[in-house]
Design a protein around this ligand. Structure first.
Ligand code: GLU
Length: 315
């Protein structure tokens, strides 16, 4: 196996970052941590911070959630640059990327149903999913129609330097396999959309939750094959509840109340390893942000995949 060092890990001195929530529910403390980390990292570099609503999957979108997220961010005095980008309006760009990958021979149509894949008893992959056994890689079986389109995983190790977790390596073919870019229900997969959009928005530094650490090699591989620049990556620890479950809609994470103001932001920053002085914790929002931008250091963020909140959140 040849090794492919794809991303050096350093971010540009002045970078362009982003926050890209899926409107599958209201903003909770876990997503607030990603917003705070990405915002501070971009602003501390003197750079831009953009917003993208990842409403690519209509089945998972919750009516009103996108607006509620934007209102919550505005209520906490986050300031973003430019227009908010909505993935639901970007289907043409995803289609163009898929067609480019078709021209370069990187994707192929696949007829397999989930049940057929499971019946072949393939290996269990890194995220608990099944590693696709490659049935349709050399052509659709006679009489079968394409359900989805898959990206060929390279027989190469992808490695990158994460700014929080250090060097990461993944053998994509072994632990993920050929992965879906266009699903059987006609929806483009997150993996493709995120790569196309980050490049289109000029994002050169991604700061987000560690649940996406294992997706990063897929995204680096896609960016390479689409000849797009590869951003720097930093993955922040996920917030888990007392039962050790990641805060999410599924675990009934509470929506944050922007009226909680600076003490709530201070709790997010403390979760990211920073000590916030008492006067800053209770300062008006502009003052809190001034202090936080001046004092942010990604070096303080714990290199953990998840952590529980060390103390009670402000109400
Ligand atoms: N939309 C994803 C989420 O809400 C984040 C994607 C990303 O940051 O790349 O979990």
């Amino acid at each position: 196996m040849t090794s492919s060092v794809a991303a050096a890990g350093e971010r540009p001195t002045t970078c362009c970052g982003r926050f890209a929530p899926s409107p599958t529910g209201w903003l909770h403390f876990g997503s607030l941590v990603a917003a705070v980390g990405s915002f501070l990292d971009a602003r501390a570099s003197g750079g831009r911070w953009l917003l993208r609503i990842e409403d690519i999957d209509p089945q998972r979108n919750v009516a009103g959630a996108a607006d509620a997220i934007l209102r919550a961010l505005a209520g906490l005095a986050f300031e973003w640059d430019g227009e908010v980008l909505y993935q639901s309006r970007r289907v043409d760009a995803y289609r163009a990327a898929l067609s480019q990958l078709r021209d370069s021979g990187d994707v192929y149509p696949c007829a397999c149903s989930r049940r057929e894949i499971a019946a072949r008893a393939p290996a269990v992959g890194i995220d608990g999913g099944l590693v696709y056994p490659g049935t349709c890689r050399s052509g659709l079986p006679p009489g079968r129609c394409a359900r989805s389109w898959r990206m060929v995983a390279p027989a190469q190790e992808i490695s990158f330097g994460d700014r929080v977790h250090g060097t990461q390596r993944q053998d994509l073919a072994a632990v993920v396999g050929d992965f879906i870019l266009l699903r059987a229900d006609g929806q483009f997969a997150y993996q493709l959309a995120v790569v196309v959009d980050d490049a289109a928005q000029g994002i050169d530094s991604i700061v987000r939750g560690a649940d996406l650490l294992d997706s990063t090699p897929r995204q680096i591989w896609l960016a390479q094959r689409l000849q797009l620049p590869i951003p720097a990556y930093a993955h922040l620890p996920l917030v888990s509840n007392a039962a050790g479950e990641k805060l999410s809609k599924q675990t009934r994470a509470q929506a944050i109340d922007p009226a909680a103001g600076s003490p709530l932001l201070a709790a997010a920053l403390e979760f990211l390893g920073h000590v916030v002085p008492a006067d800053v914790r209770h300062a008006p929002l502009p003052e809190f942000w001034r202090w936080a931008i001046a004092n942010w250091s990604i070096m303080r963020v714990p290199a953990r995949r998840s952590a529980t909140i060390g103390h009670r959140l402000p109400p």
